[in-house]
Design a protein around this ligand. Structure first.
Ligand SMILES: *Cc1c(COP(=O)(O)O)cnc(C)c1O
Ligand code: SF4
Length: 440
């Protein structure tokens, strides 16, 4: 029998109580507290006791995955805040300052607040997003937090408690009403936060109605989750662990696929006894596990990390799915990897693994017009360029049509790129503008 850990959350208010933290120099703890004023911070007993390598914490990717680091803020922001706190500024003023800094960190990249929100009878359905024809995203209202928070999270404003920063969440009835009248949708993606913070019975209320005959068109129910990495005991020893697995089983017995979209950022997350057992249990319940992660400096910017993750995932029966580019938000600069080096790392890692791992696609930018796949770098007639294509497009007609951007070693996002060969626009830009109202 596996020895289990009791879940304990650490936040900005209590992380000094962690015994391993108490051994660190005071100035470092203060720096972390200061950064945690701006970026949401939450870690937990499993991450602290089973994942972090405390001998080497300053370079440990898992430490950096949840613990704040001074470098995650610009010098300017860090110093403004430090001076304000040193001068004993009152609470409400500090809050105003913190919120102003947050707004300067591009809290809502890729138009995630305004775009893609569907309607029924002219009424906007907040908490549902429908961007690609076949896939609907659902943000269940009780699933908008996580077992720990990633320092790179692109949905970080969700967790700050700031007015107007939350992606609205929704209830099961809204979802069923929408899906009933949208037969083109073949898959539903439950996302958050992390839907695995919900109880099995709450999740059952969302999923079970979709198993009846009105929803023949839904072939796959996906759950996007970091719980295997941050709290594998969710499936082993939590009070309703067995109920959760039973729910997964119910989905597969109904003839649909339950796809567990697991977020793993570093090979260390795949090493514990607990994660291996949790993967086994989920797979035994008839679900498949697909894996994805952004490529992040200081966390996984090496080909060996990726090759070893993919190999270990395949060994454990998981299917490598996406390598993403990090989005331009929050501590982006700290994690920034250029398009060129992401492509090189992907290619090197891909060349090291067998076909079993080559189900993975990447690097991919999940940008406003679509999921843009970086295919390569080439040179013709002295002009160097990137080769790109859509894996998903706001307009399905854009998919898999290669297009070319001027080579730029500093570029790290689609918005940094311009068309190659003297073209004024990419082929999709006018239509993108028409569809979204965003200038191309
Ligand atoms: C990534 C993503 C999907 C899923 O795309 P797949 O290629 O089917 O995995 C769906 N909707 C949005 C908004 C996405 O960003
Ligand atoms: S688990 Fe996902 S949603 Fe939660 S903090 Fe990490 S990246 Fe963000």
């Amino acid at each position: 029998m596996l020895k289990t850990t009791e879940y304990k959350a650490y936040t900005a208010g209590n992380f000094r109580l962690i015994p391993q933290i108490q051994k660190l120099p005071e100035f470092l703890i203060r720096e972390m507290e200061l950064v945690a004023q701006v970026l949401p911070f939450k870690s937990n007993s499993y991450v602290v006791n089973e994942l972090v390598d405390w001998q080497n914490f300053q370079n440990d990717p898992i430490f950096r995955l949840t613990f704040p680091n001074r470098e995650m803020l610009s010098d300017e922001h860090f110093n403004i805040l430090r001076r304000a706190i040193a001068s004993g500024v009152e609470k409400s003023k500090l809050k105003g300052l913190v919120n102003r800094i947050r707004l300067e960190l591009n809290p809502h990249p890729a138009g995630q607040m305004e775009l893609n929100i569907p309607e029924i009878n002219g009424k906007k359905l907040h908490g549902i997003q429908h961007k690609y024809r076949e896939t609907v995203l659902f943000f269940p209202s009780q699933g908008q937090s996580c077992h720990a928070y990633c320092t790179f999270c692109f949905r970080w404003p969700q967790f700050t408690g700031m007015e107007g920063m939350k992606i609205a969440s929704a209830e099961a009835e809204t979802l069923t009403a929408y899906l009933r009248s949208h037969k083109e949708v073949t898959n539903l993606l439950l996302t958050g936060g992390d839907p695995m913070v919900m109880s099995a019975s709450l999740l059952d209320r969302i999923i079970s109605p979709l198993l009846n005959s009105d929803f023949e068109h839904i072939q796959t129910i996906r759950i996007g989750s970091k719980s295997l990495s941050y709290w594998p005991y969710r499936f082993i020893s939590d009070r309703d662990a067995a109920d959760m697995l039973h729910l997964f089983e119910k989905v597969s017995k109904s003839g649909k696929q339950l796809s567990f979209m697991a977020h793993f950022n570093n090979p260390a997350e795949l090493k514990t006894k607990a994660v291996k057992q949790a993967i086994k249990l989920i797979r035994s319940a008839g679900a498949e596990i697909r894996t994805q992660s952004p490529i992040l400096k200081n966390i996984n910017d090496s080909a060996n990390d990726w090759a070893s993750m993919w190999r270990q995932q395949v060994r454990l029966g998981c299917i490598p799915y996406y390598m993403f580019m990090g989005r331009d938000t929050g501590a982006k600069k700290y994690f920034d990897v250029s398009i060129e080096s992401a492509y090189k790392i992907f290619r090197e890692a891909y060349s090291k693994v067998s076909g079993m791992s080559r189900t993975v696609r990447g690097p991919v930018m999940s940008a406003s017009p679509g999921k843009v796949h970086i295919l390569g770098i080439n040179e013709i007639g002295g002009e160097k360029f990137f080769i790109l294509q859509f894996i998903q497009g706001r307009d399905p007609a854009w998919v898999r049509k290669p297009f070319f951007a001027k080579y730029d070693p500093a570029a790290s996002w689609l918005s940094d790129l311009v068309p190659a060969f003297g073209k004024e626009k990419f082929f999709w830009q006018d239509e993108f503008n028409k569809l979204t109202g965003i200038p191309a």
